[in-house]
Design a protein around this ligand. Structure first.
Ligand code: RB5
Length: 153
């Protein structure tokens, strides 16, 4: 079973709790990096906390929930080695694992309800990176992250 880490801001707090309960029931090992109430907080700090757990190898895949999923994905993608995808449809949630080797799924609690959220989460967690022709493109994402723009020519 993959080791998962999940985080949210105040907007995602209720949905995060529902997602954690479902993942634990399914047998996943889930670490929760907060936030732990509906008190207003800043999503960049939570995104950072989650990303450090993936960068260190402590956790394999992450889930970030805010109001839209956008703020969390913007912050997560500023971290080296993090490929965060903000999704609201199941096809994208699956394909971003298959093709982009995304390691963080983001979505918005003001965009999707619990049912769609779990469909996104399950599609993301069950899909695998396909490698092959996609591997060299993911390598170019890494080159971009490292400022090696010559690799893109
Ligand atoms: C909080 O109000 C909201 O701005 C935040 O949850 C998120 O949607 C930002 O992208």
């Amino acid at each position: 079973m993959k080791k998962i880490v999940i985080g949210c801001d105040h907007a995602g707090f209720q949905l995060k709790n529902q997602v954690i309960a479902s993942l634990k029931e399914a047998g996943y090992d889930v670490a929760d990096v907060g936030t732990y109430s509906e008190e207003s907080c800043s999503y960049p700090a939570i995104a950072h906390e989650l990303c450090t757990k993936i960068q260190s190898g402590e956790r394999e895949l992450g889930i970030l929930i805010c109001g839209t999923g956008i703020g969390m994905s913007l912050c997560a993608n500023k971290h080296k080695g993090i490929r965060a995808a903000c999704c609201s449809d199941v096809f994208s949630a699956r394909l971003t694992r298959n093709h982009n080797d995304a390691n963080v799924l983001c979505f918005g609690a003001r965009v999707v309800g619990y049912g769609v959220a779990m469909d996104l989460v399950n599609a993301f967690l069950e899909a695998e990176f396909e490698g092959g022709r996609h591997a060299s493109r993911v390598d170019l994402i890494t080159a971009t992250e490292e400022g090696n723009f010559d690799a893109l020519k």
